[in-house]
Design a protein around this ligand. Structure first.
Ligand code: PLP
Length: 409
């Protein structure tokens, strides 16, 4: 009989958002008349920028004409997009990248998940706690996480770096040797962001130990503070030790359109082997590129018009973030994040568990949030609120939560 990947059997319960969905669906079935406001899952709600739509329309028309039809795209992505990325996301910030160091893909989730293909099974993996669950689950699927202990909610071979109120929600360098280190700034779920000074020790650690940093910058567009780097390559030495993941999902509303990219500098070499070449080998074997139409849409994000339109949308979400931060703080909750991030991390009222507070907000305020405990044990006692909703809905949700807390949670 066929042998299955036993690691899948070790994965605990349902994926966080599936569990939220289950609870929300059950509540809606019982109360179909209640109007829910969803500030839970990190999906965007604003439409694509007009410049993106018109670039995609034009590209679709090109695909329908014999003279301009295109077949399989290049594995790394079209030059027009690679060059726009290198120019606007990096050169403009003083970081030199060549187009061969960039790999366009259909999402940062797939790239964060698939990058493990080029690393061996015995690497020790360090993750933040709380964490974007994809890093943990994909390592568990690959057998790098060891055994899951439902009591502690931890995997035996993972190195957890707690991000708590005490350390400002920023991880500390692990005491044990970590070979692969996942860092995500601005962070999902806490909304914390690391400054250049705070990132430098990680780069030094990785270079001193031959480790690799997997740096997820999916929320880079939300950075407002000057000392927070937009790319890890702003840190000296990062070209020798870091892979960076970026996405058009939250930057330009591409969650349903799908486009992202991964950067692997040529200097990133371990055991004499270029990780850039390994990833090219992996991508050209398992991935057949992102459609021409979508890449044209992504390139339009970098035009003058596109940049202005995309900035307006980000400003819109940033206004929501301020409404949530201020409103929940006024309502007496301890809040952080939301300044360089679309996510607000709010402590639950004294002694209440994450899922209990989630249920309370769902059933009494009809607001859907995300329980912090779903992101790892150190997320217990918190909920994550997103600024990706509509402006009115966000204001209303904050009012409902404030009302509920005022009249006794
Ligand atoms: N990385 C982080 C930290 C995320 O929060 C998300 C989506 O929520 C992603 C990656 C996924 O991005 P994409 O839509 O490009 O797959």
């Amino acid at each position: 009989m066929v042998q299955l990947n036993e690691n899948y059997q070790k994965l605990p319960g349902s994926y966080l958002f599936a569990e939220i969905d289950r609870r929300v669906t059950a509540y809606r079935r019982e109360h179909p008349d209640r109007e829910l406001i969803r500030l839970g899952i990190g999906d965007v709600t604003r439409p694509l920028a007009p410049a993106v739509v018109s670039a995609m329309e034009q590209a679709a028309a090109e695909m329908g004409r014999e003279e301009t039809f295109r077949g399989y795209p290049p594995y790394r992505g079209y030059d027009f997009l690679l060059e726009a990325i290198a120019q606007h996301d990096y050169a403009a910030r003083g970081v030199r990248l060549s187009p061969e160091e960039i790999f366009v893909s259909d999402g940062a989730k797939s790239d964060c998940g698939s990058i493990g293909d080029i690393f061996g099974p015995d690497n020790r993996v360090a993750v933040c706690d709380p964490v974007y669950p994809v890093y943990v689950d994909t390592n568990a699927m690959a057998g790098r996480a060891g055994e899951y202990d439902p009591g502690t909610e931890r995997w035996s071979r993972l190195i957890y770096m707690p991000c708590t109120k005490e350390n400002g929600f920023l991880p500390q360098l692990p005491r044990e040797r970590a070979d692969l280190i996942y860092l995500c700034f601005p962070n999902n779920p806490t909304g914390a962001a690391a400054s250049r000074e705070q990132l430098k020790p990680w780069v030094d650690y990785a270079n001193a130990n031959g480790s690799v940093i997997l740096y997820d910058a999916a929320y880079e567009a939300f950075i407002t503070e000057a000392d927070v780097p937009h790319t890890i390559y702003e840190i000296e030495g990062a070209r020798e030790c870091a892979i960076e993941f970026r996405s058009f999902s939250k930057t330009a509303g591409f969650t349903g359109t799908r486009c992202a990219y991964t950067v692997i500098p040529k200097e990133l070499v371990r055991g004499g082997v270029s990780l850039n070449e390994m990833w090219y080998r992996r991508q050209s074997t398992k991935f057949n590129g992102v459609s021409y139409v979508v890449q044209r849409g992504a390139a339009a994000v970098y035009t003058d018009e596109g940049r202005r339109q995309v900035r307006e949308t980000i400003n819109f979400y940033q206004n929501n973030a301020r409404v949530i931060l201020d409103g929940l703080a006024r309502a007496g909750l301890e809040v952080s994040g939301g300044v360089n991030s679309p996510y607000i991390w709010a402590a639950t009222p004294a002694g209440m568990g994450s899922w209990d507070f989630f249920d309370l907000l769902l059933t009494k305020a009809n607001v859907v949030t995300t329980p912090g405990a779903g992101f790892g044990p150190s997320g217990e006692g918190y909920i994550r609120v997103t600024s990706f909703g509509g402006a009115d809905a966000t204001r209303q949700a904050v009012e409902r939560i404030a009302d509920l807390l005022k009249h006794g949670a």
